[in-house]
Design a protein around this ligand. Structure first.
Ligand SMILES: NC(=O)C1=CN([C@@H]2O[C@H](COP(=O)(O)OP(=O)(O)OC[C@H]3O[C@@H](n4cnc5c(N)ncnc54)[C@H](OP(=O)(O)O)[C@@H]3O)[C@@H](O)[C@H]2O)C=CC1
Ligand SMILES: O=C(O)C1=N[C@H](C(=O)O)C[C@H](O)C1
Length: 262
């Protein structure tokens, strides 16, 4: 069996900790390195086994020493692009779970993939239910052009809107045949109608107690239709991430969205 060697960045974070365990449980995947700005933590504490590695600070050194196949990134938009750049120049394929990347950052990644003739995946959500929620939303938007997105996340989330909400809005805008919505905004209080992404109003809620949730609400004549997805804990992202690590090995270009690898 071919073993895929993986380095993970953002190892001290909420996703990093959860996904290290998920990856370590797969017999065809070996976690050969873990990196975070503060480094330090022994991996056996996270994994509950006798793994001799610890979280390191320098990604460049870890990549040089371990020569992995894949870099998994759960940091933030800026760090994700820098980390992917380090990986791509060594022929290591990035799987980027970090969100909040702007258009310039995405096109820089495209160019880096082309220059280095190396594949990459940028996926704002690895949960299967979230992928289906986006797909169903696209389908509904053909019949109900009026819709709004409400995304609800834990209070430690640093970006808003969520990557999933931004992706959903983009996909809806690409498939809408008639864009009736939104009606003219009349805000007495600035921002009360949310922010508009690709013509779709998005409302971001951040509260303790939440994990990751999204509603896409469609309105029609005398009816509404709501599609809702809930990630109740971070294990919801595990199966999609494992699939991404396996599939990115066959990519020679950058792909956006796990739905394009299913
Ligand atoms: N695609 C998906 O399915 C999912 C994506 N996400 C996304 O993943 C990202 C991380 O989320 P989460 O784990 O909750 O966030 P956390 O803040 O808990 O973790 C991020 C970690 O990355 C560290 N970090 C920052 N910069 C670097 C760097 N240059 N190199 C290495 N490590 C770095 C942070 O350190 P410090 O705190 O010191 O800055 C922190 O420990 C977010 O963008 C989030 O939106 C989250 C869930 C699912
Ligand atoms: O930060 C999070 O937690 C999440 N981030 C991703 C996003 O921004 O869409 C995916 C999921 O919603 C959890």
């Amino acid at each position: 069996m071919k073993i895929t060697k993986v380095v993970l960045t953002g190892a001290n974070g909420q996703m990093g900790q959860a996904m290290l365990k998920v990856l370590d449980n797969e017999s065809d995947i070996e976690v050969v390195g873990a990196v975070d700005v503060n480094g330090g933590m022994p991996l056996n504490k996270v994994l509950g086994n006798d793994n001799p590695l610890k979280v390191e600070v320098s990604l460049a050194e870890v990549l040089a020493n371990t020569q992995p196949d894949v870099l998994v990134d759960f940091t933030n938009a800026r760090a994700a692009v820098e980390n992917a750049s380090e990986a791509l120049k060594r022929g290591v394929r990035p799987v980027i779970g970090s969100t909040g990347l702007n258009t310039e950052q995405v096109s820089l990644l495209h160019s880096l993939c082309e220059e280095n003739r190396c594949g990459a995946l940028v996926a704002p959500n690895f949960a299967l239910g979230a992928i289906l929620m986006m797909r169903f939303a696209v389908e509904c938007s053909k019949y109900f052009p009026d819709c709004e997105i409400v995304e609800l996340h834990h209070d430690k989330k640093i970006d808003a809107p969520s990557g999933t909400a931004a992706a959903t809005a983009r996909m809806i805008s690409e498939s809408r045949t008639a864009a009736n919505s939104p009606v003219e905004h009349r805000e007495k209080t600035l921002g009360v109608r949310g922010g508009e992404i690709f013509g779709v109003p998005v409302h971001s809620i951040r509260l303790p107690g939440l994990v990751a949730h999204q509603e896409v609400i469609f309105g029609g004549e005398g009816e509404t239709l709501t599609i809702r997805h809930d990630s109740l804990n971070r294990s919801s992202f595990g199966a999609g991430l494992v699939l991404a690590v396996r599939k990115v090995l066959n990519l020679d270009r950058m792909v956006i969205g796990l739905e394009n690898l299913l």
